[in-house]
Write a protein that binds this ligand. Structure first.
Ligand code: SAM
Length: 237
């Protein structure tokens, strides 16, 4: 198979193993060492995770449901999913992220409130293009922002091929307002803003899904001051 990502992928891997790891570990964590913008992004991301969990639980209990969390980061979604009884396969291109997710899972999943022991997610260092197998559900949150649409198309098709029942994706929507905000951001790049951000139009994502026989069933949107994410749940047509 032709490699998706190319040069972008190496830059992204390097970033999320180094400065990006430090930056996002803070944002996704709960300490006070975040600035106002980072705190706002933390809040927005937490809402996306929360909305994803309710989309998933809408269809019934997650007990025993297999979920692939592609680009799991520090485990923000994988850990609550495991608490719900899901059988989680979590992977990320960054070894630093996977190690952190594993550490947090060990701390947070020792025993649940009712005394039962949740199944630990299986954490693996792997880029999502080389994932294989089949899962009831595949989730990929806030990863597409690192890839331009022509590469995102292949990623979406690949993720859909791994899912039996549903695919949940979040991405930064290409709207006029956000485009503008991004341009402003490029004028004032922060010291650790080392990677490019790519926005995706909902129509492009929808087309990529339709090409492989999937259709969007539910849509959500999270916006805070500095965080914008469209959330979609797709199912086979
Ligand atoms: N999904 C997590 C969440 O929402 O908490 C993390 C989101 S973070 C902004 C993006 C993550 O995607 C990083 O952990 C990064 O290492 C990972 N990533 C980027 N490109 C990837 C790829 N091609 N395959 C797998 N993971 C990737």
């Amino acid at each position: 198979a032709e490699e998706v990502g190319g040069g972008d992928k190496e830059v992204v891997r390097e970033y999320f193993n180094n400065s990006g790891f430090q930056r996002w570990k803070k944002i996704y964590g709960d300490t006070d060492e975040v600035n106002r913008v980072q705190r706002d992004i933390r809040l927005g991301h937490a809402k996306t995770v929360e909305n994803t969990l309710s989309m998933l639980k809408d269809e019934g209990s997650l007990q025993g449901v297999t979920v692939c969390d592609a680009g799991c980061g520090t485990g923000s979604l994988s850990i609550p999913l495991a608490k719900e009884g899901a059988v989680v396969f979590a992977s990320d291109i960054s070894a630093a992220m996977v190690a952190e997710a594993e550490k947090q899972a060990k701390e947070q999943l020792a025993t649940s409130e009712d005394g039962s022991v949740p199944v630990m997610p299986k954490f693996v260092v792997k880029d999502l293009e080389s994932l294989d197998g089949k899962y009831d559900t595949v989730v990929c949150l806030d990863v597409l922002i690192h890839y331009p649409q022509h590469k995102a198309d292949g990623m979406i098709a690949h993720l859909a091929s791994l899912a039996n029942n549903r695919l949940i994706l979040s991405f930064a929507p290409k709207t006029f307002y956000y485009d503008l905000l991004k341009r402003v951001g490029e004028l004032f790049p922060g010291p650790s803003k080392a990677t490019r951000a790519y926005l995706h139009s909902e129509a492009d994502v929808e087309r990529a899904l339709q090409k492989v026989g999937w259709t969007i069933r539910k849509r959500g949107l999270t916006t805070t001051q500095f965080y914008f994410a469209r959330l979609i749940e797709a199912v086979p047509m």
